[in-house]
Write a protein that binds this ligand. Structure first.
Ligand code: SAM
Length: 309
């Protein structure tokens, strides 16, 4: 069974934000559209949420944050979720704890990881994150690619004047390690509300896409992934991720989210249509009643582009 929303979009994936604490401080971070939290959900609570999601046909779980690997109980969380039987369990991480956890996470049932790394230059890393964890992050990526976690994707937010001239270095690093490079267009955030932020740093990737199409042995378009293009170049792979505040993103969105506070979040870029899940769950509601909350959140999925156009 798969539930579809009122715009015929199937809901097949759930992104669970398990914390909004983070050990780096990227100046551009949109915090996944999540409001500050008061507490974190326990592994048992996360497990129950995933179980109810499975019951309405969700097939894929992604853990995110904040930095999900900052939680000491991350292996337990993955183990509990993967015991339910999803097609795919993945994590998005900044990689700084991946060297420590990759093997245990794999054993706990994790299928794959996306690692966010924007630069291979220590000074640029320090400028972006305010930390000097570059070597830890690289080591984490290497460990993940050496393990059976597959695929390992490296997320690089491309910013004009900061790292745009590192794209091919990053591609070579990915080829060496066996990771797939995902180039992400910078999105405006509430942290940096002035338009100058985008004017200063936004890097237009159209020319790069033309170059990639030219150099690629093969190009694939990924349906249900915002029609993203995947280029196979010189024995490596590059994907381009376009900004999310657009109609294509909404049209092809098959994902619902849950905030670290346990609220169902129907749309990435909205905070005015959340559905509380954790309180009813703590009050002892049945699986059937909890399923209804998921269905209510799915019914709330009004395309964001309708709100701003
Ligand atoms: N801590 C984890 C990590 O580093 O991957 C998960 C959370 S982080 C918010 C998830 C992803 O969002 C990262 O790949 C990050 O680069 C991306 N991101 C954050 N702010 C962004 C922005 N303004 N534009 C584009 N991507 C952004």
């Amino acid at each position: 069974m798969t539930v579809t929303d009122t715009y015929q979009r199937p809901i097949i994936s759930l992104r669970i934000s398990i914390t909004n604490r983070c050990n780096v401080n990227c100046f551009y971070c949109h915090h996944d559209g999540i409001l500050p939290q008061k507490y974190e959900m326990t592994p048992d609570e996360i497990h129950r949420i995933a179980q109810v999601a499975r019951g309405i046909g969700v097939q894929k779980i992604r853990l995110s944050g904040g930095e999900p690997l900052i939680r000491d109980d991350i292996v337990e969380i993955v183990s509990k979720i993967s015991s339910i039987g999803f097609k795919d369990v993945s994590i998005t991480t900044n990689g700084t704890y991946l060297d420590k956890y990759a093997d245990d996470l794999l054993e706990a049932g994790l299928n794959r990881v996306n690692v966010s790394l924007d630069t291979l230059n220590p000074e640029t890393y320090q400028f972006i994150t305010k930390k000097d964890y570059l070597e830890k992050a690289k080591q984490g990526i290497i460990r993940a690619t050496e393990s059976d976690l597959y695929p390992v994707k490296l997320n690089m937010v491309v910013m004009k004047g900061i790292n745009h001239n590192e794209i091919w270095d990053m591609f070579n690093f990915c080829k060496e390690t066996g990771a797939i490079l995902q180039l992400i267009e910078l999105l405006k955030t509430d942290n940096c509300p002035d338009n100058g932020f985008i004017d200063d740093y936004h890097y237009e990737m159209n020319d790069l896409e033309i170059e990639l199409a030219d150099r690629a042995d093969k190009v694939k378009t990924r349906r249900f992934m915002q029609d993203r293009k995947k280029y196979f170049v010189d024995g490596g792979e590059i994907e381009i991720v376009k900004p999310m505040d657009n109609t294509q993103f909404c049209k092809n969105c098959t994902r619902i989210r849950i905030t670290p506070e346990g609220k169902l979040k129907p749309c990435l870029l909205r905070n005015d249509n959340l559905v509380d899940f954790i309180e009813p769950m703590r009050q002892g509601k049945s699986d059937e009643e909890l399923k209804k909350l998921f269905l209510e959140a799915i019914a709330n999925r009004e395309p964001f582009y309708d709100q701003c156009h």
